[in-house]
Design a protein. Sequence first.
Length: 300
Amino acid sequence: MTQKLYAGIEAGGTKFNCVVGTDPRNILARTKIVTTSPAETLTQVCDFFRQQSVDLGPLSGLGIACFGPLDLQRGSPSYGYITATPKPHWSNTEIAGYFQRELNMPVGFDTDVNGSALGEHLYGAAQNITDFVYVTIGTGIGGGVFVGGKPLTGMVHPELGHMRLPRKTETDSFAGHCAFHGDCLEGLASGPAIEARWNCSAVTLPEDHPAWDLEADYLALMCVNIAMSYSPQRIILGGGVMDQVHLFPLIRSKFEGLMSGYMLPAIALDEYIVAPGLPGNSGEMGALAMAISAGEQRAD
Ligand code: ADP
Ligand code: ZN
């Protein structure tokens, strides 16, 4: 029996990564489309998938893991839209409905981080776990929160990157660079924040540089807030900054110190704060997982 083919889009502010595959571990085609105007970008994405359905066979569903903010309230007149984004030309752009009409297949639509979290749930580090949080620490900081096996949306969707933390004023004079909040988590601990604070590329900072101890302080505080707020069974930390794998043991030990024996049952912290299980680009993988999920719901 041939396996079904699915389409995924990681829709970002600089590019739309498009993939076709049978599941996130078996990608058969991919392309990158530069994010220009909505009309031009969305048309090119549709053309790519139409061509793939000719070359590879019919597609059974599409998942879109999209930059936000998004309207995820089913029944809302602007469900499936990007709402008020600072990205020029993209405010109030219909995404999910557009692809549904153009490609005529089930469409899954969610934030980029909820997509990544779903990928981790189905295929990665959160298999067999219903309550967990996936956080990416990269150009920005964003988090997908799963409760009872489903992504939390609520009023909008969680914006973990913009939680407020006590700034380490004794060791950190950097004012933070979030355009909205200054020294929120993203303003203090995203890749560009590290680079602005230390005035060099984060990739080249040596492992013993004080930047990493400070980074682990902030990410441990974030994990405490996440643990206290959502009581997840696991916290997955991904994104470019977490390629600095030496951060993991530092974050775990600072987290344990900050928790002060409170709340934590007898769990191994190296199974509580973990790296993603899916290799490669978590957004693309997540989008494909969303496509499979959307296709299966239609088949039910
Ligand atoms: P994006 O968030 O744009 O999807 P990434 O998660 O790769 O992409 O994040 C990119 C940012 O993460 C870069 O701007 C850089 O600051 C930081 N970064 C990427 N790779 C590394 C690395 N190996 N070590 C430290 N920081 C990194
Ligand atoms: Zn902020």
